[in-house]
Ligand binder design. Structure first.
Ligand code: SAH
Length: 213
């Protein structure tokens, strides 16, 4: 688990790339500049880890593209101490970004293999989510609700109702909605029963899966 000057140099380049694509939140950029993304990948993708691309991880899943991670995180408007729920732990990279920004993170993964791996891996780098749960993200985590922010990192065919109901008033849900391609959608809970909805740009995610295997 080595992190060298070479990696730091590549990371600085990645930060510039993400910035050039329109990300301005300094805390998001700092997190990307700090987290050793190459260690979140399966084998030694050292030369690829700091390209702005998604890559395969275990169980047929992917580590999201850094720009996508930055775009979603920026929309959450995280403040230190915010309670944030992540659906789709995957490699744990997005989780690390949220933790770097001072959020208290609850994260759910439905693939056992990834869940086990990431649960052991994250603390080794000093990243400690409040909860890392093996379960079905469609249900959210009602026992730890309400949340200031909820981020879904897989393509959702529809917006799961439990996620909306687990937001605080003023809380934000960032979710890519759609089948083949998804529209990044931001919901802001404006009242007990009211939500503002903003549809942003198109992305392509692995699907949010229904049944556990
Ligand atoms: N945030 C991750 C992205 C992983 S890709 C990262 O940065 O690496 C999306 C993840 O969502 C995959 O790990 C997939 O197994 C998980 N996933 C898919 N359906 C899910 C569901 N219903 N509940 C929880 N996680 C799910």
């Amino acid at each position: 688990m080595k992190d060298t000057h070479k990696h730091q140099g590549l990371r600085n380049q990645l930060v510039k790339t993400v910035q050039s694509k329109g990300i301005t939140d300094i805390k998001v950029l700092e997190a990307i500049g700090k987290i050793p993304r190459h260690l979140f990948m399966d084998s030694s993708f050292i030369d690829f880890a700091y390209q702005d691309n998604a890559f395969p991880i275990a169980a047929g899943q992917t580590i999201s593209q850094p720009y996508t991670v930055a775009f979603q995180t920026e929309l959450l408007k995280i403040k230190s101490g915010h309670q944030v729920l992540e659906i789709g732990t995957g490699s744990g990279y997005q989780t690390a970004v949220l933790l770097e920004m001072g959020a208290k993170v609850y994260t759910v993964e439905r693939q056992k293999e990834l869940f086990k791996k990431t649960k052991i891996f994250l603390p080794k780098l000093g990243y400690k989510p409040k909860k890392l749960v093996f379960g079905d993200g469609y249900k959210g985590l009602p026992e730890f609700a309400p949340f200031d922010g909820i981020i879904v990192t897989a393509g959702a065919p529809f917006v799961p109702k439990p996620l909306l109901s687990q937001l605080k008033i003023g809380g934000r849900l960032v979710i890519p909605v759609g089948q083949e391609t998804q529209i990044m959608t931001l919901f802001i809970r404006s009242g007990e029963k009211s939500f503002e909805k903003h549809e942003l740009s198109k992305f392509r995610f692995v699907p949010l899966l229904k049944d556990k295997n």
